[in-house]
Ligand binder design. Structure first.
Ligand code: XMP
Length: 529
């Protein structure tokens, strides 16, 4: 399949270049900068349509700067393969092609406005100005046959280009969201300059991803922690698909999926995951009912952080005990499958070798890999949430599971204010499912980032039928957000509020009053605890 090669020079945002191109249905493959020669000369099955040189933290002026050979660059140019250099990549192009790069006295970091001063297919449908700069050095003299294509106050060569040879360099980062319409320029590079067809789809990634899983695990054992959420479910289904080929009738299952039910899950949580895994009969799926254990450990605990600690620790204990049953004391390498996504991965860059992405893994079952000597299997670690959803859909997961709102690890324990009892959890579970059902009925579910009910620890007076009641208060929360870091309250139509309140008070025994939380984040957090 035709693709763009991205040579990675260690920028923290290189993955975003590939993501933006994928969003426009172009395939981009990231390789460490020092592999560019090997991959290019191998020919990429004749499918290399363009090369992008990424940003990076080094200076091209330093003697040990990561670079590519000038001959390689010339060979790429002679093969009429378009090249785009981004930030460090631009400086490297200038440096290698006879221009001049000057050291920056200060780092230019932040927003700038560019003005396009040349005609190029790169600017088709581009009509923005705001870009994100992050550089120290800058191009001071253009290489021969290059012109300035865009300028900014701080950078006379915000974009440089040699249209005849299809070589471009950008001082800023078009791949980050702070750059307005940066993705349009990347799309133009792929479509109009590299002449690629936008025909790549998420499903095309599946054979490559499953082959990589098979190569990594061979026929060693895998344990997967399922949370009921989309990431761990997609990771499990993808791995299940990968292992299908390894499976011979009569062999013991290679992968075991463990779903710990701590009694703090949403209504029917887990059922859907189990259903989704049903077509893979060679998997061992275990639902561990540990409700009593968790609820007794949470007795009398009202402090939110204390609740989190107890739940986290117990979760590891339960998971570990189950995992031990499966792998025993075997010293053979074994894998723990995690649905870690790219945003959970913090890149640490080593410029001498491959820009290595060492991970701060989002330990859903924190501590376990070290304790039990697991290797991590994280097949989604290059993807973003929306891409995981697309992948899940391509793998046949039901929409209900794929689009489900995020749910915190400590579950209902941090939505039952005060003491967490079975009775409180049951009331909240029912109320929450009615609330969500109403949201779906009104066609609002996909417009909301996260919606949930909260059970308050106070009782208020009500009147039902002829009698006085003295029951609990339920708060409803719904927010819109990009990533949960900040959030706005979602405003429901009046009709929704009326019918939902009526249903809640009528159908949930133990609630006599419903209130609406309309606070944004900040100042409030999304969860109440
Ligand atoms: P806050 O309440 O911090 O929530 O505004 C932001 C997002 O994080 C989720 N959240 C958690 N997720 N363990 C988790 O796995 C936790 O302890 C936790 N606390 C909050 C919350 O649901 C929201 O999506």
């Amino acid at each position: 399949m035709e693709k763009i090669l991205i040579a990675d020079f260690g920028s923290q945002v290189t993955q975003l270049i590939a993501r933006r191109l994928r969003a426009h249905q172009f395939l981009a493959e990231i390789i460490p900068f020092h592999k560019l020669a090997e991959v290019f000369y191998a020919g990429g099955d004749g499918n290399i349509r363009g090369v992008i040189l990424s940003g990076g933290p080094a200076s091209v002026l330093s003697p040990d700067a990561p670079a590519v050979e000038k001959k390689l660059l010339n060979d790429i140019i002679e093969a009429h393969i378009p090249i785009l250099g981004i930030c460090y990549g631009q400086q490297l192009l200038a440096h290698l092609l006879g221009g001049k790069v000057s050291p920056g006295t200060t780092r230019e970091f932040g927003l700038a406005n560019i003005r396009v001063v040349a005609d190029s297919p790169l600017f088709k449908n581009y009509n923005a100005t705001k870009v994100w700069m992050s550089h120290g050095d800058h191009v001071a003299t253009l290489p021969k046959d290059f012109v300035a294509m865009a300028v900014s106050d701080g950078a006379p060569f915000a974009i440089m280009g040699n249209e005849a040879q299809k070589i471009y360099g950008m001082q800023f980062h078009p791949e980050v969201s702070h750059t307005d319409q940066g993705d349009i320029m990347l799309k133009n590079f792929a479509a109009d300059i590299c002449a690629m067809q936008p025909n790549w789809q998420m499903a095309d990634m599946i054979p490559e991803m499953t082959a990589a899983i098979r190569k990594k695990v061979g026929n060693r054992k895998i344990i997967a922690g399922l949370s009921g959420g989309v990431d761990s479910s997609v990771a499990a289904i993808l791995t299940a698909a990968a292992l299908q080929e390894n499976t011979k009738p009569g062999n013991p299952p290679q992968m075991t999926c463990i779903l710990v039910d701590h009694g703090l899950l949403r209504a029917n949580e887990g059922d859907e995951v189990q259903k989704a895994l049903a077509p893979y009969p060679h998997l061992d799926v275990r639902l561990i009912n540990a409700e009593d254990k968790f609820l007794s450990a949470l007795r009398d605990v009202i402090d939110p952080e204390q609740k989190r600690k107890i739940i986290g620790k117990l979760f590891i204990e339960v998971f570990e005990a189950e995992a031990k049953k499966i792998v025993g004391d075997s010293t053979e390498e074994k894998f723990l499958l995690q649905g870690t996504l790219y945003p959970d991965v913090i890149e640490s860059v080593s410029v001498s070798g491959a820009p290595s992405a060492t991970i701060k893994s989002h330990h859903n079952v924190g501590g376990l890999p070290e304790k039990m000597n697991f290797s991590l299997l994280e097949p989604l670690r290059m993807l973003f949430k929306d891409e995981v959803r697309l992948l899940g859909r391509a793998l046949g997961l039901p929409d209900g599971l794929i689009n489900r709102h995020p749910f915190p690890g400590p579950g209902l324990a941090i939505r039952v204010m005060g003491e967490v009892t079975r009775e409180h959890c049951d009331i909240l579970r029912l109320a929450d499912s009615i609330y969500i059902d109403q949201i779906k009925k009104f066609g609002l579910y996909d417009k909301i980032w996260q919606a949930f009910a909260v059970l308050l620890p106070i009782q208020t007076v009500g009147v039902m039928g002829d009698g006085r009641t003295y029951e609990k208060v339920l708060a409803l929360r719904a927010v819109t957000s990009q990533d949960g870091m900040t959030a706005d309250s979602f405003y429901f139509p009046e009709d929704f509020i009326k019918t939902t309140t009526t249903r809640l008070v009528n159908e949930v025994k133990g609630i006599s009053r419903v209130v609406l939380d309309i606070t944004s984040k900040p100042p409030a957090t999304i969860e109440w605890e």
